[in-house]
Design a protein around this ligand. Structure first.
Ligand SMILES: [Zn+2]
Length: 196
């Protein structure tokens, strides 16, 4: 005997998400099946996701077309490149950075078929020009994919200073998982990247 189709589909949907796994997918699905209130909440939350936008300038998730940070005229002419919007929220929490951001969501990885043209590199270069950026800061995971991506992003750019967070930041770590002390240390000890 098979599980009802709708229930099976729900388990599959949860199982397809990162870090859930089949056992947790079954538990969540069972919980939802017997809890109408939770089910309704989840449904509403999922539907509301359609309203979330990407800022047209920095690509952070936002309720608006142009986010609050990009609209702020007092921000410094710095552009910090991060992997995830959660990095932005984390750095904003620290209060130590007064520039703007650019969210990549992905890194170049030739082996995984993610090519430079799949990333918003042209958008980035346009923004650097339009915002008259004085410093580009790469706050990406400390790995080869990030290095390759940074190379493509600064290709042909001259003018702004280019820096990255120090290599003391754990390899592959996302900014949003750093403790506040390490984060502030990293932000204050940026190291230059040679532009050639
Ligand atoms: Zn923005």
């Amino acid at each position: 005997m098979k599980l009802p189709k709708a229930f099976r589909k729900l388990i599959e949907a949860f199982d397809s998400l990162p870090e859930i796994g089949p056992l947790t997918a079954k538990r969540i699905s069972e919980r939802l099946l017997f809890d109408e209130e939770k089910r309704k909440n989840l449904k509403r939350a999922l539907e509301a996701l359609d309203e979330v936008k990407l800022c047209r300038r920095c690509r952070v998730i936002s309720d608006e077309e142009i986010c609050e940070i990009c609209r702020d005229p007092t921000r410094e002419r710095k552009l910090m490149v991060v992997l995830s919007p959660f990095d932005v929220f984390k750095i904003e929490e620290s209060g130590r950075y007064k520039g703007k951001y650019f969210v990549l969501y992905n890194l170049v990885s030739i082996t995984e078929g993610i090519m430079p043209q799949d990333l918003p590199i042209e958008e980035f270069k346009r923004l650097v020009e339009e915002e008259k950026v004085e410093e580009i800061i790469f706050a990406l995971p400390n790995d080869v994919k990030a290095q390759v991506t940074a190379r493509y992003m600064i290709e042909g750019i001259s003018g702004p200073r280019v820096t990255k967070l120090p290599s003391g930041v754990p390899r592959g770590a996302e900014i949003s998982s750093l403790d506040p002390y390490t984060l502030v240390e990293a932000l204050e000890h940026r190291i230059p990247i040679d532009v050639d």
